[in-house]
Design a protein around this ligand. Structure first.
Ligand code: AMP
Length: 421
């Protein structure tokens, strides 16, 4: 029986993985520059970590992979990175060490969604969490960091959209205004939004179906209901972004999908031709109640998460060269099988000096070994024949210039290293 991958998953094939490694390297460097440290949490958690009373988003209620383990523990594959990170923050009392914990994560998440371009059931996110303070300057730093990522990657058609939901008081007032506005025209809303009007009216603004309705043009927006404290907070965020020359746009109807957000919310959107509906590369916001809800102190936090597949897709659509092309330093071209052991020993010597080396294990002809060397874009070809083995002097050819020299085996590594500089 031929076995296939699970629907909504994909393989990163050996020829593709360098893209991922390059993206990961850029992320690690960026986060280092902003003094964030990596946290690695398990990909499964006890279900309560995600299935909290306060979190009723579709992602948690409809899309999680839940299962019982062999001891009947109720577990869930993580659908996002924040809840597990906060669980670890609280469980390990990280708040005791520092008044602001800056951490980031990178890894696979699982959501039972309808697969389509840029939407998978196993997908990679990297995200950051700054936990322990409510200072608006931290919001500005997180948004700046998100913008910097886009800049470092070399993406051009990207927008940073920013909004504020305000604190609890602001959210309650805004919620009331929304219910008052939409209740008389309830019938015009989609079935999901009719339910949201009762359960979670804020999410109506997020609706991909209803946002085209003309009634949406003048509907209440969160910033009209901000408390004085929240207004000041948001003004400080915007002023700092402006001072840092971050080209953000105010996006009055942005609310974000998860229920725990308050105050600042933002999204990074790719405005790239042919990108389709899945154009949100990342998004985040401030959350105030989550740490306490998970058993920690009452403290402020802000986070952002990016979809890594979408970033790679955007880079490819814009034709950005973000990874090194294939290449090998040396290919050993072995004329006779009996000299393979000699060649293996030579390969080992070169590799131990961090020179990348390959050779043929399948008894191919000289011509096809040469073809392999050229396909692998090897910078040098070292020929090993009867004479070379006898004298320990090797024939080294530079692929680009076709220049050939004879080099004693004892100094080959040093010689090649010198040339590679
Ligand atoms: P969220 O955690 O829903 O706020 O999503 C943050 C980012 O993760 C989105 O902007 C996407 O780039 C990415 N993302 C979310 N769900 C998926 C998915 N099913 N497949 C691929 N990327 C996703």
């Amino acid at each position: 029986m031929a076995l296939n991958k699970v629907k909504g998953t994909y393989d990163v094939l050996p020829t593709e993985s360098k893209k991922w490694q390059a993206l990961e390297a850029i992320i690690h460097q960026l986060l280092k520059d902003y003094n964030y440290q990596e946290i690695r949490t398990p990909i499964f958690e006890y279900s309560q970590v995600f299935h909290r009373d306060s979190e009723q988003s579709d992602m948690v209620t409809k899309e999680t992979y839940n299962f019982l383990d062999r001891s009947d523990r109720q577990l869930t594959l993580r659908p996002e990175g924040t809840a597990g990170s906060i669980r670890a923050y609280v469980e390990n009392k990280l708040y005791a060490n520092s008044d602001l914990t800056k951490m980031y994560y990178l890894g696979p998440n699982f959501r039972y969604e309808r697969p389509q371009s840029g939407r998978f059931r196993q997908f990679y996110q990297f995200g950051i969490e700054a936990i322990g303070a409510t200072n608006p300057l931290i919001d500005a730093e997180v948004i700046t960091l998100s913008f910097d990522l886009i800049k470092r990657l070399g993406l051009k058609g990207v927008k940073v959209r920013v909004n504020s939901l305000g604190d609890e008081e602001s959210k309650i007032n805004f919620r009331k205004a929304l219910v008052k506005y939409f209740t008389p025209i309830k019938d015009k809303l989609c079935a999901d939004c009719q339910k949201r009007l009762v359960t979670n009216p804020l999410r109506i603004l997020d609706c991909k179906v209803d946002h085209k309705l003309k009634e949406f043009i003048n509907c209440p927006i969160p910033t009209d209901y901000l408390s004085e404290k929240s207004s000041k907070h948001f003004a400080a965020v915007c002023a700092t972004l402006t001072a840092s020359k971050i080209p953000y746009v105010l996006s009055p109807k942005l609310v974000r999908g998860l229920d725990y957000y308050s105050e600042t919310v933002f999204e990074i959107e790719a405005d790239i031709e042919g990108f389709g509906a899945q154009n949100v590369l990342g998004g985040g916001g401030r959350y105030e109640g989550l740490v306490a809800e998970m058993g920690g102190p009452t403290t402020g936090a802000i986070g952002v998460a990016f979809g890594m597949e979408r970033i790679i897709l955007a880079l490819e659509k814009e034709g950005v060269k973000f990874y090194e092309p294939d290449g090998l330093d040396v290919y050993l071209l072995v004329f006779d099988q009996k000299d393979m052991v000699y060649s293996m020993q030579l390969a080992h010597q070169l590799r131990s000096q961090q020179i990348s080396v390959d050779l043929c294990f399948t008894q191919k002809s000289f011509k096809s070994q040469l073809k392999t060397a050229l396909n692998l874009k090897s910078k040098y070809i070292v020929m090993i024949g009867e004479e070379e083995v006898k004298t320990n002097i090797l024939t080294v050819k530079e692929t680009d210039t076709q220049q050939q020299e004879h080099v004693p085996a004892s100094i080959l590594a040093r010689h090649i290293k010198e040339k590679l500089k």
